[in-house]
Design a protein around this ligand. Sequence first.
Ligand code: HEC
Ligand code: HEC
Length: 320
Amino acid sequence: MKKANHPVKTLDEKTDSLRLWDISGDEPTNIHVKAQQRSIRWEYFVAVIVVIIAVSVFFVGCQTKGPITSEPAMSPTVSPGSMGYELFQANCAACHGTSGRGDGIARMALDVAPRDFRNEPFRYVSTLDSIPTREDLIQTIKHGRVHGQMPAAPWLSDESTSILVDYVLELNRLGWVDKLTQEFTGDEEMTSQDIAEIAFERVTTEEPITLAMPGPQFRTNFTRGETLFMESCTSCHGPSGKGDGLDMPLDDLGRPIKVRNLTSDPIRGGSDVFELYKRIRCGVPGTPMPAQPALTNEQVWQLVFYTRSLMGQPQPGIER
Ligand code: HEC
Ligand code: HEC
């Protein structure tokens, strides 16, 4: 090219531009030839792309009929075409991924990983067996866990929310079937019926804990809460609750997580006293945060109010 600063893009434009080149005396014939060659290469390029797309579509088509993606079809609740599938793809798959493995396209924009329903436990539970009740899941789906970046979906009807609850529970159950099948491969005593039964139990819970709040006198004195905190919580949350007690904790999938700094971090499950009660009593499954089944109701409330005081958010009307 003779003049590097000549508008090279004129080659892409039609006759007018080429005529301009003629006037400038820049070897017009070459330019025509170049333009022609480029358009021929372009056609080849388009043809190659078309062939690649056709071949991929063919293989994807084969796969949907083959064993790899046919597994969800074994379950009517999550198979393509079901109500749950449509609702999930439209409202949830961008973050949780089309098959619910937490690998949706929008996850890159989030600080908190969307739940992988196949492999991870649910975290926001009101039970002592680490399994959420339907109410827990309705709370998450309809009202969100906004500090954990799980958005509320108030537009969903009760019926659609209930279908989505079935959907995520079913994905979780299928995940258990996979894990158990792997674990018991070669074990002659274990039948697929047994595995199906255990997997069903892993997503079925009993009654939730009760949340009876004691009288107001419990909310005015934090000394007993502080003592309990020193005994049961500082090993991880640190003596002042700043999350500096445990080095490099991992979640169940082996990803590094942070112990919550209770004085400044957002409380992901919700910071109202009843949500705090559930987290402290039931723990946060899938993370090192343990359940506290042995404490009395009063002790858990003392911890709730002490934790609120660390957060600088005592209940209205409560003196510190
Ligand atoms: C903008 C991204 C985004 C969208 C859209 C989204 N989620 Fe989530 N979801 C998340 C994130 C992030 C978490 C993890 C939150 C945490 O750990 O605090 C989560 C967690 C969850 C959990 C786990 C709660 C628990 O107890 O562990 C459920 C259930 C859930 N989402 C269901 C849904 C459903 C159903 C939809 C569609 C209606 C949906 N999500 C849409 C980002 C999203
Ligand atoms: C073995 C370590 C460990 C101990 C002991 C522990 N925690 Fe935690 N705690 C964690 C971790 C890790 C998290 C963050 C979990 C997550 O990423 O969702 C957490 C989170 C929390 C949260 C925030 C939950 C949310 O919704 O975001 C509260 C509140 C909390 N802990 C209170 C307590 C109290 C009170 C005690 C003592 C009774 C306690 N923790 C004992 C490790 C611990």
